[in-house]
Design a binder for this molecule. Structure first.
Ligand code: 1HE
Length: 265
């Protein structure tokens, strides 16, 4: 099993606390955390290792004032890539983001400043997105003469719907604040996105890992299935998860009235 502390990372940093909460930091603030090929490889490496390192939840945050400025446009210009080369690069982005979405470990993104282009693709691979007042979302690909290549056609369209995504790409429309919450780009708008993301990660980490595994992988897989297959898969997953030993203890606590009740206050 890969030990997190043995990974060689330059554009990312990771720290795991005693409760198994990993804080993953985008660490290229001088370039507004733009995703160059090396960073994408580090994301693949790290998010391949985290689910097998007993990590219970992840907070994904960024150094500097912007979460992520998307594709490294300067590298892309300098590399003068062929179509095949860029296609293969996009496949590495997909490898990284699929590792995140399907890993079974809850990932909470703490957003600020620009969450644009590939930065929004990265954020949309997390399971929960938390914004602050500085956070804004955009897909400037159209203006740059580009197209999304990191899964936005799947994940961003899923969050905001096809019509809004097309509008964002055609016109450069920017969403922020309450409007960003209303259209589904983020689920929380708070003063301090990092503190809130940590609070949410800690809450998720209190669930049994097998439940979180199902929540953070099965739902995504089932979205890709026909309704008939998804219902079948749901029954199979529930068969495994809902009979786990951890569930028995919690059901016992409910039955003997020591477990918390689900009430809004
Ligand atoms: C970058 C990048 C980048 C900054 N690639 N180097 N993404 C975009 O179209 C967004 C491009 N970035 C911006 O619009 C702005 O940089 C920000 C609004 C995010 C931040 O502005 P600001 O004033 O704080 O910073 P800056 O002065 O623009 O940039 C600071 C440095 O970061 C500068 O480098 P320096 O060496 O000259 O100091 C910039 O070049 C660098 N930098 N953003 C490379 N994106 C799989 S396909 C996905 C397709 C896309 O993602 S398209 C969207 C691309």
């Amino acid at each position: 099993m890969t030990r997190i502390e043995d990974l060689t990372l330059h554009n990312l940093a990771v720290a795991v606390d005693a409760d198994g909460i990993a804080t993953v930091t985008l660490n290229r603030a001088a370039k507004r955390n733009a995703l160059d090929a090396a960073t994408v490889e580090e994301l693949v490496t790290l998010f391949s290792a985290l689910p097998r390192a007993a990590v219970r939840a992840v907070v994904l945050r960024a150094e500097g004032t912007h979460f992520c400025a998307g594709l490294d446009l300067v590298e892309h210009l300098k590399e003068d890539r062929t179509a095949a080369e860029f296609m293969h690069l996009c496949l590495r982005w997909h490898e990284a983001f699929n590792k995140m979405e399907y890993s079974g470990v809850p990932i909470v993104a703490a957003l600020k400043g620009a969450v644009v282009g590939g930065g929004l693709e990265l954020a949309s691979a997390a399971h929960i997105r938390v914004a602050d007042q500085s956070t804004y979302f955009a897909l400037p690909e159209g203006q740059r003469g580009l197209f999304t290549g990191g899964g936005a056609t799947i994940r961003v369209a899923d969050l905001v719907g096809k019509a809004r995504m097309i509008d964002m790409m055609l016109t450069g429309r920017i969403y922020r604040g309450e409007e960003a919450v209303a259209v589904g780009l983020c689920q929380y708008l708070v003063e301090d996105s990092e503190a809130k993301a940590m609070e949410l990660a800690r809450a998720a980490a209190r669930n049994p890992p097998l439940s979180n595994f199902a929540i953070c992988s099965a739902i995504s897989h089932m979205q890709n299935m026909s309704a008939l297959d998804a219902a079948y898969a749901e029954a199979v997953v529930a068969g495994i998860v809902n009979t786990q030993a951890d569930a028995r203890g919690r059901l016992n606590a409910f039955a003997n009235k020591t477990a918390a009740r689900v009430r809004p206050d």
